[in-house]
Design a protein around this ligand. Structure first.
Ligand SMILES: CC(C)(COP(=O)(O)OP(=O)(O)OC[C@H]1O[C@@H](n2cnc3c(N)ncnc32)[C@H](O)[C@@H]1OP(=O)(O)O)[C@@H](O)C(=O)NCCC(=O)NCCS
Length: 151
């Protein structure tokens, strides 16, 4: 069954937000940490207008979601989350390729990623380079690796 990349319908956004939570939880965070992240991991109808969002689906099953926000010549990969059961089967790479295409099409010169520490090796594998640390938007005092992909 081919992997289909498409724009989600607005009705799918709540389920996609839950997918992001299940996906992030694979790194072993506790319940309090996950609740603190819920805001950042949620997708809202306004996001469909203010950013680019795509999902990956196979045979009707949604396996992952990505969100890119454009700002001038920079694109920010805001979300990239794969359903736990579908990890390590190429879904993340396919959504990353979509994000790169979307960023290039918008005229961006680079794409930045504020990565979960456990996901950083995935981005390095796909060509992104380390560019220091940035504060987490969800957890006070937590620093996250920032990576940049030249487009
Ligand atoms: C990070 C994530 C998106 C990767 O998606 P995935 O579908 O499992 O990755 P793919 O199967 O497309 O892997 C592509 C390549 O990266 C490698 N890779 C995937 N995850 C990796 C990891 N955590 N560490 C090192 N390499 C990794 C794969 O082995 C593969 O390499 P290969 O082509 O040499 O075999 C996924 O693990 C995920 O959703 N994690 C939880 C949520 C999260 O942290 N998201 C990122 C937020 S910044």
């Amino acid at each position: 069954m081919p992997l289909l990349i498409r724009v989600p319908d607005v009705e799918e956004l709540p389920a996609l937000s839950e997918l992001c939570m299940r996906s992030k939880a694979v790194w072993g965070y506790d319940a309090a940490f996950m609740e603190a992240c819920r805001g950042e991991l949620s997708l809202h109808p306004r996001d469909l207008a203010s950013s680019r969002i795509a999902i990956a689906a196979r045979g009707g099953n949604v396996l992952g979601v990505a969100q890119v926000r454009m700002a001038g010549d920079e694109a920010d990969l805001v979300k990239l989350f794969v359903e736990p059961a579908a990890m390590r089967s190429g879904v993340g790479q396919a959504l990353f390729a979509w994000a790169v295409d979307a960023a290039r099409a918008s005229g961006a010169a680079r794409m930045t990623i504020e990565a979960d520490p456990d996901a950083a090796p995935f981005y390095r594998r796909l060509g992104a380079r380390d560019a220091g640390l940035v504060p987490s938007g969800s957890i006070a005092g937590r620093m996250l690796p920032k990576l940049v992909l030249a487009l």
